[in-house]
Structures are given as C-alpha cells and as structure tokens.
Design a protein around this ligand. Sequence first.
Ligand SMILES: [Zn+2]
Length: 239
Amino acid sequence: MPEAVTARRYVARVLCLACTAPTPDRLCSRCARELRSPPDTLLPSGQLVIGAYTHEGAARLLVHALKYRGLSVAAEGFAAELAIRVPVSTTALVPVPRALSRSIRYGIDPAAVLARAVSRKTGITVIHALGAPLWWRSHAGASRPKRLRIRFRQRLAVPRGAALVDDVVTTGTTAAAAADALGGLPALVLAATVASKIRSGESPSGGRVTGAPASGTNDRTDPRVPPPNGVFDAPGDGS
Ligand SMILES: [Zn+2]
C-alpha cells in the first residue's frame, strides 16, 4: 500500500475529518454540533435536491476533505443521512462524474464514492451512466449568463426513478446538465451538501421546499476559497 494512503488513513482515524482537531471520532464534538440539515430544494430545472447537510461550517470542511484530501471515509456521514432521506421509490443511483482531469489530480471522484456509500446502506444499485468531459472551468464567481453548460455524455441507460448523486449543489447548473445528458431523467438529486443561500419556491408536493440560490457560486465547491484553518490542498481551477 502506498505510504501516502496509509498516512491518510491513520490521520483520518485520530483527527477530526473536518477541522483536524484530535478526536477518537470521525468528527470532533464541536464540528458535529455545527451540522445542519437543509430543506429539500427545488431547482430551476424542476429537479428536487435532497441534501445531507447545509454547505457551511463543518459540513463544508467535511466535503472538502472528501473532494480535495481524498478522504473517502468522509462520505460515510453524508451517506448515512442520505440513506435515511432517500425516497423508497428510488430505483438507482447515478453519480455525477467529476472532470477527468480533477479526478486524476485529487485521486478521487467524490460523487462516485458517495453513491457507493449510499448504495451500501440502502441496497440501491449504482449505475455509472454518465461520462464526464476531460475538464471544465469552474463556475465560481461567474454570472449566470456566463456559466458554460457542462457536456456530459450518456454511457448507459437509466431506469425511471433513478436519482443523481453529487457532492455539492448550489445552483443546479451541473445537475441540469447531467439530467439533459440522460434525456431529462432523473428528477431527484442527492447531495452531500446544499448551499444555504436559497430563495423561497413552490413545492410540487406541498412539502418544505425552497428554490435555488438567486446568485449561487458554483455547483462544485471552489478550492480557491481558502479553508478557515488552512488544512486543505493547494487551490485548483475547478471541482
Ligand atoms: Zn472538528
């Protein structure tokens, strides 16, 4: 086993996955107290987003640990929450793939890791139905008209009732592009974290649903935003 992998696993056992404070648990008590459940969110595309946590504080640090430190164990907490909340009618989990260049750079495809973790807890099949472009520019800071559509490609068919799985959802741009590539399916998105800057919207089911951010930053957390305690990898150009 490569030395770096062994070291990462050791660190993940003795330090808080979010803030890196020493703790025997995955999260220290302070970070655990910071986690908040987001309301279900209706995106402009009509897709419903169910998130494990609101994208702030410890949850933001935790998703960074998954995406930029390659700590796949960080997906377990998100998956436990999503396993409780995923509708029983869900037929398959379709991870939204990371740009190939970033998967290579960071050594992990976070949505795929998250989908597998949810699958282990629910028994729902994972279908790697989407292919990702080699690279796309981060949407961070771009105004809505300037955001470029990500061109995913369909590799496999997906059944009705499938759910997309992604790490972070803030505007829904990525989820909409993924659904387009699958011919308009699926209508449900499971996300590790969901942005907190949301505006009120209408719920198709009458439930507690809010709209997408009015001026969100990026569906994918921007590593250029420095973490509060400087524990993460060097800045990158996208997700
Ligand atoms: Zn902590």
